[in-house]
Design a protein around this ligand. Structure first.
Ligand SMILES: C[S@@+](CC[C@H](N)C(=O)[O-])C[C@H]1O[C@@H](n2cnc3c(N)ncnc32)[C@H](O)[C@@H]1O
Length: 203
């Protein structure tokens, strides 16, 4: 499945970058939430599943030590060319190369949406591993009333009820601090959720 997601994005990377690879295409409320959250992060910040790198570059532009990782070579090539002063790494968030306790924060903005519900814990465990004690996590996702797959424009994605995704974060060692949701008439754009959490201390 992971290679299916990677290959699907690889085939449409240029189109995705054109349509969604800039901050002007982001919802103003999301920009406000992510930017203010990132400003509170103590230490380097990993933009996990950074795609074309616009969020990473935006946060780096705020003076944050933000770095991006994505599994799609075309996204990383684009990001490195467009934002040469920012560090981007090709790799999977399910097996990060970073040592334990590298980051103060992990941003997973619509990047765990394609994980099958039975495997999302792998990415969350990696986020917990690379975060420092008390480190912060922000997850953006498609909101739903059930955990269910749908035909996302690129490849199958999953909607999550906020409480069930929060349960996954709790199981991975996080304490959920805030949940944000946004719904609109006719479900366009799609209902949205964001969960803020921090890594619980051991014991
Ligand atoms: C919907 S896009 C979001 C990109 C970016 N975060 C944004 O908000 O525009 C999902 C991204 O997650 C990446 N992704 C999905 N699974 C991944 C994995 N296991 N490792 C690294 N990147 C992954 C995809 O390659 C894609 O770039």
């Amino acid at each position: 499945m992971a290679s299916g997601v990677r290959d699907s994005y690889a085939q449409r990377a240029a189109e995705y970058t054109e349509l969604l690879g800039s901050m002007t295409a982001m919802h103003p409320s999301d920009v406000q939430l992510v930017t203010s959250w990132a400003a509170s992060v103590d230490g380097p910040l990993l933009d996990a599943g950074c795609g074309p790198g616009h969020w990473t570059a935006h946060l780096a532009g705020q003076g944050i030590d933000a770095r991006g990782v994505d599994q799609v070579p075309a996204f990383i090539d684009h990001a490195r060319a467009a934002y040469p002063s920012v560090t981007f790494t090709l790799g999977s968030m399910d097996a990060l190369v970073d040592p334990d306790e590298t980051y103060g924060g992990v941003l997973a903005w619509y990047s765990v949406i394609h994980h099958h519900p039975s495997s999302i814990g792998r990415a969350l465990a990696e986020f917990a591993r690379v975060l420092r004690p008390g480190g912060q996590l922000l997850v953006g996702f498609f909101l739903g009333t059930d955990v269910e797959p749908f035909d996302h424009a690129v490849v199958t994605a999953y909607r999550w009820p906020a409480d069930l995704l929060a349960h996954e974060l709790t199981a991975a060692g996080f304490a959920v601090t805030e949940t944000h949701t946004r719904t609109v008439a006719y479900e366009r754009p799609r209902p949205h959720g964001a969960i803020l959490a921090h890594l619980r201390s051991a014991g």
